[in-house]
Design a protein around this ligand. Structure first.
Ligand SMILES: *[C@@H]1O[C@H](CO)[C@@H](O)[C@H](O)[C@H]1NC(C)=O
Ligand SMILES: [Zn+2]
Length: 379
């Protein structure tokens, strides 16, 4: 009653500048606060905090009552910077710190790991030692639609992730080299919010496998264990590189996925609906008959503008006759690819993502990969 207005004013002054982004996911202008750990957070992250915080201590800055002077003083004395120093003191380098556009499983586990399980307040926590990992995951059958229980075994020293059926005597059913492994959350596509897509190179093609676990903690632990194994591999392979250089190479996410239609090299072929994954870091646009296919149907290497690649909006003259209409032309030194999108919004997003890749200069590795990619593929 008396202090309400004053307290709200005090809180307003707290919003700058270290508290201008959510302490947990980085979303700008967080409107909520946890008066237990002293952080300013976004609405979605506040829901996770509320699940392990005494009632009344996760509050909206605008809508809740801040009459309790002690809570205001606590927020003044703490804030995002101080909390970060305390709760993120020992985050291992491979551990993935989620962003606002990442899935809720990643954000939820990051918040629980930080404040509820207090995993990063000291470097003693055994979970982050260099142990190998073993456990059950549900894996989608290659040619069957259902998911089956498989035992996965990650061995850093061998540089392998293997999986077994119940009949252990038969040896591993699959062997995945950490060298070419990539892993990302693709919940929507897989149809399970804890769905992971794991890719690796097999006979010159990208093999995709899809797994999930019902427990968010378990699947995020697997995700980070695979990242740890990848960082270990990168450090041994590139001993001269700094950790800061290697961290962005641990795993990559697709920058855009979705359906487009595609015609063939003569541009007279009927347009076919395909699922596309754009791996910007790997400079590859791969397409599939179905989103959960094990192997791609084809792919386009996306080089740089310096090396003759370009992305244009629209369709070549006189071309039409498909269900989609918003065209994209991808020019490569070898040929022109013509794609169409379902609507203008999709077209804009694809153009932006593809142009992002073309504007990136190519590294030495990219140039080798470009040559490999062409050699593998008949026109
Ligand atoms: C990758 O992208 C998907 C879909 O946009 C998202 O759900 C997921 O959280 C992203 N992040 C990671 C680290 O896989
Ligand atoms: Zn947030």
């Amino acid at each position: 009653m008396v202090n309400r207005e004053r307290n709200n004013q005090l809180l307003e002054t707290l919003k700058l500048p270290e508290n201008s982004e959510c302490a947990d996911c980085g979303l700008p202008d967080p409107d909520w606060a946890s008066c237990k750990v002293g952080v300013f957070i976004c609405l979605q992250c506040s829901g996770v905090h509320r699940s392990f915080t005494e009632s009344g201590k996760v509050k909206s800055i605008q809508l809740d009552n801040w009459e309790d002077e002690r809570l205001v003083q606590f927020m003044i004395g703490n804030g995002n910077l101080k909390a970060k120093k305390k709760y993120e003191a020992f985050v291992p380098p491979f551990y993935y710190r989620p962003h606002a556009n990442d899935c809720i499983a990643l954000k939820e586990q990051w918040i629980r790991a930080k404040y509820q399980r207090e995993e990063f307040m000291s470097n003693k926590v055994t979970m982050h030692t260099t142990a190998d990992r073993e456990g059950i995951l549900y894996k989608r059958g290659r040619d069957r639609k259902g998911f089956q229980e498989r035992r996965f075994v990650l061995s850093r020293s061998e540089g392998l992730l293997k999986y077994y059926t119940k009949d252990n005597g038969k040896g591993p059913k699959g062997i995945i080299p950490i060298q070419s492994l990539n892993v990302m959350f693709q919940g929507e596509k897989i149809g399970h919010q804890h769905g992971l897509e794991i890719t690796y190179m097999k006979d010159g093609q990208t093999r995709n496998i899809f797994v999930y676990h019902d427990s968010a903690e378990e699947i995020v632990a697997w995700y980070n264990a695979l990242r740890e194994a990848r960082l270990h591999y990168l450090k041994t392979t590139y001993p001269q590189a700094s950790e800061a250089e290697l961290i962005p190479k641990i795993t990559r996410n697709y920058s855009k996925v979705g359906y487009m239609e595609k015609t063939g090299p003569k541009k007279k072929e009927a347009f076919k609906k395909r699922w596309f994954n754009l791996d910007s870091g790997g400079r590859k646009l791969l397409y599939y008959k179905n989103p959960l296919d094990a192997f791609e149907k084809g792919g386009i290497f996306i080089g740089s503008k310096e090396r003759g690649y370009a992305v244009q909006e629209g369709l070549p003259q006189g071309l039409k006759g498909n269900n989609y209409d918003c065209g994209i032309i991808i020019q490569t030194p070898a040929r022109e690819f013509v794609l169409t999108c379902e609507n203008v919004k999709e077209q804009r997003e694809w153009l932006k993502a593809l142009r992002g890749v073309v504007s990136q200069p190519m590294t030495k590795e990219d140039i080798i990969e470009e040559a490999n990619f062409r050699r593998k593929r008949p026109k």
